[in-house]
Design a protein around this ligand. Sequence first.
Ligand SMILES: [Zn+2]
Length: 372
Amino acid sequence: MPKIYMLDVTNRDGVQTSRIGLAKLEKTILNLFLNEMGVYQSEFGFPFTNHEVNYLNANLELVEMGVLKPIILSGWCRAVVQDIEASIRQTKVKHLNLSISVSDIMIKGKFQGRKNRQDVLDSAAEAIDYAKAHGIETVGLNAEDASRADMEYLIQFAKVAKDHGADRVRYCDTLGYDDPFTIYERVKQVAQEVQMPIEIHCHNDLGMAVGCSIAGAKGAIDAGVDAYINTCVNGVGERAGNADLVSTILAVRKSSGMAHMNLLDERIDLSKAWQLAQYAAYAFGLPISINQVGIGKNAFAHESGIHADGALKDASNYELYDYHELGLGDPILVDTGRKITTGEYSGIRGFRNVYDKLEIEFKDDREAQQVL
Ligand SMILES: [Zn+2]
């Protein structure tokens, strides 16, 4: 039976979002949390970009050391040889997603006559060949703006991916244009025709990113292939955001039509959800809204007479899932006295003090030094 895997893109789509960002250290900690939570893969950055190189290589070293394990760290770049060449030259990245636009509106609007549909296919093929020939183990080919692309062309594009040995094709609803009904049909059709694992990448411009993600994944599953849903922690991401990680996991695990199907990668450990969400909120400097799915302050709050009475008699009257499942329920300690903070000029002692308080453990100073 095919499965649904989580592929988090907070450290790529999340950090490229307007007005927000993460320090390299914060990205590293996020990777550690994602690993603990059983997320299959973290798209951890742009390996062709000079200022990311130290962070990326340090995290790949953490993989070698077994600190970041079993999570897979993958880079993102354009489906052009120049980007892949720079990625391989500058970093030890072994997994890459290569992105190129596939809708006519983007092919015309972005390439301004320099590339037509055939050129896009050729460029994708050349990029995959180059990546595979230079030791990249997993290659995903990203169809940017897939939701606005001609269906026959999209299938042709996915076939190029498969024929050239790509491991997955990413269906990007770049503008959040799909609805759950259209994306189900479109992804299913691509999956049926091409029979290769599909990544689903949805944005929330119409408020449907999570719905579209699980519908697209179901389309892939119904066609007999694995699905990899792209998410961001706390639903950050370009414009209205990407599909929220925790909401998507809950939707696959708890919704009426999917709960019984047991589709989710069994390594997912939701009990880390609250801690991860809190850390991301702290690192991004973005408070979690009270009605945030699963981890907002009101997610398990009841005030009206009928609801409070019902919830007190039996929580399942008004709660779909238990707060313990998401790692809630423990009292929170708030420091009111001395405060040590960390920044780019901090030393190891202060750094370890801050992360001890976040209950993040390092084996020794050397390991901490790797991420500092
Ligand atoms: Zn995106």
